[in-house]
Design a protein around this ligand. Structure first.
Ligand SMILES: Nc1ncnc2c1ncn2[C@@H]1O[C@H](COP(=O)(O)OP(=O)(O)OP(=O)(O)O)[C@@H](O)[C@H]1O
Length: 591
């Protein structure tokens, strides 16, 4: 092993959390990147520019304070509108085919392993390729459980799984066989053996001290036992990765970029943050690994493997490297995204969320810093630390999920039975932020958050949201706002001469459907993907024309990290996680 390489990770290990870790630049990589994308060396942050500006100087059109309905934007897909006649259906199909490569290779079944609780039906399908996607399984309805959730042709055990999808069958990457699978399937419930359940693994369930109760939530840990040592055996060493450079430090771990010696590929390494007070492997990380192992979609960050350092508690998740997160990217932009760019990003995001929801996974922490971007215009969802599988009927989970600004009203009001609609609300907040470059509801406490929502969307009542009056936090007097002022928010920004992209009527319609109070009526990812906004001009921009920036250098990253530590949103989040216990604190606990 090269001394320098080893030295780099020794530094990383001994001074974790310290900005002064070994920072051998990966100058050659970045240099190559600059040459490829910009035709010259990076000229630093102050001279950052859009690649699309270079490519399409003459047709650039980004001022959308007033959006002309027939305007086309640079890079918009199929911009052949000379006769004004646009075959939207064809165009949207084209877009779809670019977003996912369904057409290239269709997998018949979800990669997630389910069984019916009786061990009879097991399905294992997987592929590592991010260029493949899956056709998700039909949601398990009670009726379908009775007849067996899986179609007859997929009722197969691992032994005969090779009979289906021979090409794709790689059993070691399934939840069933994963060393990282845990035994916390809230879905399974012993009361209904027929119910579809997230396949429970065995190794971690056997760990000493692993809580057997239904729902370990963020902050809980799986205690170390001899099995946890076994579980790490066979993992590659982190020293096989060269030139570690710190990217960011989140709540659950520090993220580095490094070069995989074996493949030459630049990857991201997320070091699992062990809880100093409670010994053991954090459930959040376990859940993230378990879920990421099972998911394969172009809009979800590709998880590669787990590697270990020299000590038992140095565990790293290896993922594909993405140049930016959306939050940092938008901070570098002078103007908000244009409508066609927002459509391109929202389509990718919705595809990813549809895939998650179809596979019974709630993300529970969608926000701009958890959406990664690469310089090919691709968006990928990351950070599955708070995500979890869900089932029907719904079970109570903690409402202390989702970062405050992106948290839905039902969660803010203390609902413990919630579903995919919480992610859709976050998507509404994200869509508005893409158009304005500002968070839509930037509350500094749960009450303030609700107050801000009510002020802009109007105060909800039992008529528009049946069941509202039963929520624990509903008695708070937050004023009686009669009107939806979403459009006015955009107009006010424009009146203040600040850059803003005002969407068309269809765009506002989608926004309002994502920000619908009643979770039952809130639009689903599937319906949102069919929304007319994506079919009208300006059409979604194609990924290759999306704006790009060179990856930030270390200095810029450090500056951003320093700013980040003062971010009230992060502070709020940390406080909540410290409180961390189910049902304590929160708005509904404070009344
Ligand atoms: N695969 C990746 N490639 C590049 N950067 C990444 C990658 N994964 C994460 N990051 C960066 O690290 C940051 C933190 O990662 P992540 O959100 O997974 O960690 P976390 O500890 O769960 O954070 P949070 O405090 O947001 O919950 C991201 O916002 C992003 O900037």
């Amino acid at each position: 092993m090269a001394a320098g390489r080893h030295g780099g990770f020794q530094d990383l290990k001994s001074r974790d959390g310290d900005d002064t870790i070994s920072r051998k630049k990966i100058g050659c990589l970045r240099g190559d990147y600059d040459l490829i994308t910009k035709g010259s060396r990076c000229r630093g942050r102050d001279s950052l520019e859009y690649r699309s500006e270079v490519r399409q100087n003459d047709i650039e059109e980004r001022d959308e304070i007033a959006v002309l309905s027939m305007d086309l934007e640079p890079g918009e897909l199929s911009s052949d509108v000379s006769d004004g006649a646009i075959d939207s259906e064809v165009k949207i199909l084209e877009i779809g085919s670019r977003l996912s490569t369904l057409q290239d290779k269709k997998r018949k079944f979800s990669p997630i392993v389910w069984d019916r609780g009786d061990g009879a039906a097991i399905r294992t399908v997987k592929s590592r390729s991010t260029s493949e996607t899956t056709t998700p399984p039909p949601p398990p309805s009670p009726e379908s459980h009775d007849q067996g959730f899986l179609d007859a042709d997929v009722k197969t055990s691992p032994a005969d799984a090779s009979e289906i999808n021979n090409d794709d069958y790689v059993p070691e990457r399934t939840i069933l066989s994963s060393r990282w699978a845990n035994d916390e399937s809230e879905i399974s419930g012993t009361e209904d053996k027929q119910k579809v359940k997230w396949k429970t693994g065995s190794e971690l369930a056997a760990l000493a001290g692993c809580r057997k109760s239904a729902s370990p939530e963020p902050g809980e840990v799986v205690r170390e036992g001899s099995e946890s040592v076994d579980m790490l055996q066979g993992c590659r060493s982190v020293y096989e990765f060269e030139n570690p450079e710190k990217i960011d430090e989140g709540t659950y771990g520090t993220v580095y970029m490094a070069k995989d010696n074996k493949t030459g590929e630049t990857v991201a390494l997320k070091k699992v943050k062990m809880d100093a007070e409670k010994e053991g492997f954090p459930v959040t990380s376990l859940r993230e690994i378990n879920i990421l192992l099972s998911l394969h979609h172009p809009s979800i960050v590709d998880f590669k493997e787990v590697v270990v350092g020299s000590e038992i508690d140095n565990v790293y998740m290896v993922m594909e490297y993405m140049e930016h997160d959306l939050k940092a990217f938008m901070e570098m932009m002078i103007r908000p995204y244009s409508q066609s760019e927002v459509k391109c990003l929202m389509l990718q995001l919705l595809e990813g969320i549809k895939y998650l929801h179809d596979n019974w996974v709630l993300h529970r922490d969608l926000k701009t810093s958890n959406l990664l971007l690469n310089n090919r215009g691709e968006l990928k969802i990351c950070d599955f630390g708070l995500s979890r599988q869900y089932g029907r009927p719904l079970k109570p989970y903690t409402p202390l999920v989702v970062t405050l600004w992106y948290r839905s009203p039902e969660l803010l009001l203390g609902a413990k039975e919630y579903s995919t609609a919480i992610d859709m609300w976050s998507l509404g907040c994200i869509m508005a932020e893409l158009l304005t470059k500002k968070p839509l509801f930037n509350g500094d406490s749960e009450i303030d958050q609700l107050r801000k929502i009510y002020k802009i969307l109007g105060t909800p009542n039992e008529t528009i949201w049946p069941g509202l009056s039963k929520l624990p936090g509903v008695n708070a007097n937050l004023g009686n706002h009669k009107y939806n002022l979403l459009r006015e928010v955009f107009q006010a920004i424009a009146l203040n001469r600040l850059p803003v992209t005002i969407p068309s009527d269809a765009g506002f319609d989608l926004l309002n459907k994502l920000l619908t109070y009643d979770p039952e009526k809130r639009i689903t990812a599937e319906a949102a993907l069919r929304h007319e906004w994506f079919r009208e001009v300006p059409l979604p921009k194609s990924k290759e024309f999306m704006p790009t920036f060179p990856a930030e250098n270390e200095q810029d990253r450090r500056r951003r990290r320093e700013m980040k530590s003062r971010d009230p949103l992060e502070e709020q989040r940390r406080k909540e996680l410290q409180r961390g216990k189910l049902g304590t604190g929160g708005l509904f606990g404070n009344f």
